[in-house]
Design a protein around this ligand. Structure first.
Ligand code: 5GP
Ligand code: ZN
Length: 137
């Protein structure tokens, strides 16, 4: 936890361009934006990602993300946003402290971060749906 750069930002030991703060949540500008105006929203308490965050912190991050998303879209005059969380290294998570990305989208910005693909068969989709449903059984 001591090596966590986002905990250091929360503690004030590393600088950040903050845009929002409350008791549980901090939001600041991403230092290497996917698009201009890219904001990160984090819980102040350390955990790894959405899979182990305290549910109460998750709720506060979700509430704040919605408010900050509206402010960011309005301030940047973006035509839309991508709200993204990378969960675990294989999905692109580099900083192991939960964070929601708010990425403003602009007309013809050239970003292509969402690819759909076809299932080889409907059976595969249905089998996966069954496996997921069984986790709630
Ligand atoms: P991830 O790939 O873990 O989902 O995203 C981590 C994000 O944190 C990246 O977009 C990266 O640019 C940003 N980031 C990494 N280090 C710092 C930092 O020290 N300050 C700020 N403001 N952003 C950072
Ligand atoms: Zn941390």
């Amino acid at each position: 936890m001591n090596d966590c750069i986002f905990c250091k930002i929360v503690a004030g030991d590393l600088p950040a361009e903050k845009v929002y703060e409350d008791e549980k949540v901090l939001a600041f500008m991403d230092i290497r934006p996917t698009n201009e105006g890219h904001v990160l929203v984090i819980p102040k308490a350390h955990s790894t990602n959405v899979l182990d965050i305290e549910e109460s912190d998750w709720i506060e991050v979700a509430k704040a993300t919605r408010r900050i998303a509206k402010a960011t879209k309005s301030a940047t005059q973006a035509c839309g946003l991508n709200l993204v969380m990378n969960v675990e290294s294989c999905a692109g998570q580099v900083v192991m402290h939960p964070h929601a990305h708010i990425i403003p989208r602009y007309e013809n910005d050239g970003l292509d971060i969402w690819h759909g693909k076809e299932y080889e068969s409907e059976t595969i989709m249905k089998e996966l749906a069954n496996k997921i449903r069984n986790k709630f059984a």
